[in-house]
Design a protein around this ligand. Structure first.
Ligand code: ATP
Ligand code: MG
Length: 654
């Protein structure tokens, strides 16, 4: 990758059984559609909008954009409501079809919620919210576990025009409060407790703690009873969901929303700084996620589609809730974790539920791969047709494992590159058409116009170039602003390279025009004048059979300017030793170059990760810099305890 090393030179064609009957089954079709989507953008998106959405008042113009001031609007003048798109219009033909197929924390605990049942749930709750004074434009926080009611709560907000702000169920009271305050939420929808990997998650208790200090904007809480564990209910503020909806009619007239009215706020995972309240809209966002869900995964009417992410991050919003429900698909909602009760959980679930399309993250793939193939091979997995990955660059070794061991060469893999800010997929193959290269997101999705620029913002033309990834024009699902701080939106994304949206990621476009994400540009190290991407050093470390995960950061070094500090987590059955540290240094030297050799290697039991499974490098950087007291906010971590362990282990770095 990047300026040192080369992309993996392997190409895999989509298997014939995936191509057969695919919506886009060859590259000529993709290229022609892509060409139109860029050269004849208005006509292309008009056609897509008419095919995928049902407007109650048609839009007048397709797009107006100004990438300098960040004024972006799509399907101007149109009226619609996202909840109607996801529910009402499916009732006639798909009323009895399973909308949400829930797999609870314990294997085999399932619930099937049909489109009709989901619609009733949403309408009743929407009425209850309206009755309690929630109006169009009001913000509602949702802090729940992975239960169908979470999707219902989001759609109920959408129905009455309220803006939902889903807060990941793993977040601390402090993080909940910060987010509630940032967007002054009027209500909170929560549940008694969540379940994850056999453990209880005290959702209601966390909300209580978040609201303990006065001075917040919350007027009432609605509490869904899931586990039945007794919880504290504050009189005059808290009410059970089942009581609140008991006398509400199963029909709630939807608010007529403008295409550009906000649908939700979602805070980014915060791996690079203070989370930003990313705002998305009713029409453009919905169209982008439906369209990409359909084409990228090649969704068919009888698919059992499963995205194993959490609804608390954008992948869950776009590809568990809005995309699949907009398309009338059956979407699996998974309450548990990939290693509960053991590393075979995903494939056990795939067999029992007949899952055809499965979407997860490299971190999960690596976590289960290191437990051994027997957890996979003991299940049949014959229903699978498409596998997806998202969240970070996938190292080729993990990709091959996913393709060969999980998919047995019979499934396509789509590596989907995108961001909270982009709403939906930006760079990804189409399951039925695109030849795959392990570790590359491959080619732009329809309407997406990526470009690679150098540090001064000059566009690098042609193939075989390395630089920074920008977008030359807006796309329907693009974020519209940072909630309450439009200036931050412009500053963060639109001013680095004026006239372009800057992703913050480095990338290489190879000889075939395929994009390879080399990591965030903030993560590029300048070692003795050489620029090294942390992602590729990590890739070299993870390529060693003993290594499960690795994170590399820089720290001040007297001679080199920046020294390389590697945190390494070993696979089960391996132990830390000087010998192993030497082998790892040799591996990096061989794979990349001597310059990239880590100065210090610390073996760790775990790495600090965000809710979406991303390594929080800013924390590791502070520790490597010898300032553990300045690690900052660790409350959004999946497991804050790992930070203490790492700090304690610094002295044992080799
Ligand atoms: P913050 O912006 O607060 O730091 P974040 O960037 O971690 O948080 P997300 O929007 O969830 O929050 O992550 C988007 C980033 O994840 C991308 O910018 C990119 O670095 C990485 N990413 C996502 N998918 C892929 C992929 N398929 N290949 C490579 N990188 C990916
Ligand atoms: Mg980001």
């Amino acid at each position: 990758m990047a300026d040192v090393g080369l992309p993996v030179d392997e190409v895999y064609e989509p298997p014939a059984r995936v191509r057969e009957g695919a919506l886009v089954a060859d590259m000529e079709t993709y290229r022609e559609m892509y060409r139109r989507s860029v050269e004849d953008r208005d006509a292309f998106w008009r056609e897509m909008a008419e095919r995928f959405l049902t407007f109650s008042k048609p839009f007048d113009r397709v797009v107006e954009e100004d990438l300098y001031t960040g004024k972006i609007a799509w399907f101007i003048g149109g009226k619609l409501n996202a909840s109607v798109q996801c529910l009402d219009r499916h009732l006639a033909a798909r009323g009895d079809k399973t909308a949400i197929l829930w797999e609870g924390d314990e294997p085999g605990t399932n619930r099937r919620v049909t489109y009709r049942e989901l619609s009733e749930m949403v309408n009743r709750l929407a009425n209850a919210l309206r009755r309690r004074g929630v109006r169009k434009g009001d913000r509602v926080a949702i802090y729940m576990g992975m239960v169908p009611e979470l999707a219902a709560a989001m759609l109920a907000c959408a129905r009455i025009g309220a803006i939902h702000s889903v807060i990941f169920g793993g977040f601390s009271p402090r993080s909940i409060r910060d987010r509630i305050d940032d967007s002054t939420c009027k209500a909170v929808i929560t549940q008694d407790e969540g379940r994850r990997g056999g453990r209880a998650v005290p959702l209601k208790a966390n909300v209580d703690e978040a609201l303990a200090e006065p001075g917040h904007s919350v007027e009432f809480c609605i509490v869904y009873r899931h586990t039945g564990t007794p919880v504290n209910m504050v009189a005059g503020r808290d009410e059970w969901w089942h009581d609140a909806v008991a006398n509400e009619p199963a029909e709630c007239p939807p608010e007529q929303m403008d295409s550009e009215d906000p649908l939700f706020i979602l805070y980014t995972s915060g791996s690079t700084g203070k989370p930003k309240g990313v705002l998305h809209t009713h029409a453009g966002y919905l169209l982008h996620v439906m369209c990409s869900h359909k084409y990228v995964f090649d969704i068919r009417e009888d698919d059992i589609y499963c995205c194993a992410a959490d609804v608390g991050w954008i992948t869950g919003h776009s590809y568990i809730v809005y995309g699949p429900l907009g398309n009338g698909s059956t979407t699996v909602m998974f309450e548990s974790i990939p290693t509960y009760p053991d590393a075979g959980r995903y494939w056990d679930m795939v067999d029992r539920l007949g899952i055809t399309v499965f979407y997860t993250a490299p971190t999960a793939i690596r976590a289960i791969a290191r437990e051994g193939n027997e957890h996979v091979t003991k299940y049949r997995r014959t229903s699978l047709r498409v596998l997806g990955t998202v969240g970070e660059p996938i190292n080729p070794e993990a990709w091959r494992w996913y393709f060969n061991v999980v998919g047995e060469g019979r499934c396509s893999i789509v590596d989907t590159y995108w961001q909270t800010e982009t709403g939906g997929h930006m760079i990804s193959g189409l399951a039925g058409a695109t030849p795959m290269k392990p570790g590359s997101g491959s080619l732009p999705f329809f309407g997406v116009q990526p470009c690679v620029v150098d540090e001064e913002g000059r566009e690098l033309e042609g193939n075989g170039v390395t630089g920074r990834l920008c977008m030359k024009a807006s796309w329907p699902g693009m974020m519209r602003t940072v909630y309450g701080d439009h200036d931050r939106f412009v500053q963060t994304y639109l001013t680095t390279y004026p006239g372009k949206y800057f992703t913050g990621d480095g990338c290489h476009r190879d000889k075939d025009g395929y994009y390879w994400i080399t990591g965030r540009v903030d993560d590029v190290l300048n070692v003795s004048g050489h620029r090294l991407g942390t992602a590729e050093i990590e890739g070299a470390l993870v390529g060693h059979p003993a290594v499960a995960e690795a994170a590399v950061v820089g720290y001040p070094h007297d001679i080199k300017g920046t020294g390389i500090y590697a945190y390494v987590m070993l696979k089960a059955g391996y132990t830390a030793s000087d010998e192993l540290a030497k082998e790892l240094r040799d591996a990096v030297r061989r794979e990349i170059s001597a310059i990239a050799t880590p100065d210090r290697i610390q073996f760790v039991e775990g790495l600090p990760k965000t809710r979406s499974g991303k390594i929080m490098r800013r924390i590791l950087r502070k520790i490597a810099e010898g300032e553990p007291e300045n690690v900052g906010d660790v409350t959004t971590l999946a497991d804050p305890a790992v930070v203490r362990d790492i700090i304690e282990g610094v002295g044992r770095a080799r």
